[in-house]
Design a protein around this ligand. Sequence first.
Ligand SMILES: O=C(O)c1cc(=O)[nH]c(=O)n1[C@@H]1O[C@H](COP(=O)(O)O)[C@@H](O)[C@H]1O
Length: 245
Amino acid sequence: MAHSSLYTSAAQKIIVPLDVASEEDAIATLNKLPEVQFWKVGLELFVSCGPSILERLKEQQKRIFLDLKFHDISNTVAGACRAAGRYGADLLTVHATAGRTALKAAVTAAQEGAADSKVEPPKVIAITLLTSLSARDLAFDLKIPVELPEYALQMALLAQESGLAGAVCSPQEAEQLRQVCGDDFLLVCPGVRPQGAAKGDQMRSQTPTQAIQAGANYLVIGRPITTAPDPAQAFQTICQELEGI
Ligand SMILES: O=C(O)c1cc(=O)[nH]c(=O)n1[C@@H]1O[C@H](COP(=O)(O)O)[C@@H](O)[C@H]1O
């Protein structure tokens, strides 16, 4: 059995999503993975059981990525971000394709919400292009006539110009985004798969080592940990991989 102290710095870089449909299942996942410091609450759990899970996480001094991926007109995005800003989450997502006005409004509104409840505002980060989409999807279905890495970069730059703290991108685009957007821009990478793990619906994946070497600040890793026969062991194996870089 590995010692948790060995994995502290690597563990802080890994965000594990609570992609379950009830608070009970979420708590069961939390209990299986006591070493995880940073949890993601996304659409499935938030729509299923609302904000009470955020209180449970805060009681346990966990960090929270509130991944609600807002994508709407600017007035509606602002209202949602103001409400989300009240919860004291660390990170909050909006889609870059909501556009410049909505992105700027998101940051301001999240700050207002946080001030209302006297908590730190969440860092608002933008989805550049979902990691479940391929270059083929971008060109043929979304009809976007721009190469995929360039498109992700342009969405990240739009987010940066609009005052957002960072972006969500696949590890495959992280190196270019890091070079262009600089060291202070947060890069959060889902679509991360340890060598040999099932990709599922992830179309642009890389290993944890590759993602960190490309410049990711945080890795979002779900099923390779949560559906493993021993989730705590799977988490520790990834931490060990990162400690070895
Ligand atoms: O915003 C996200 O976290 C996100 C963006 C994205 O482009 N791709 C993506 O997979 N995610 C999330 O990252 C997690 C990936 O989970 P696994 O594929 O199980 O590792 C899921 O909770 C997704 O909602």
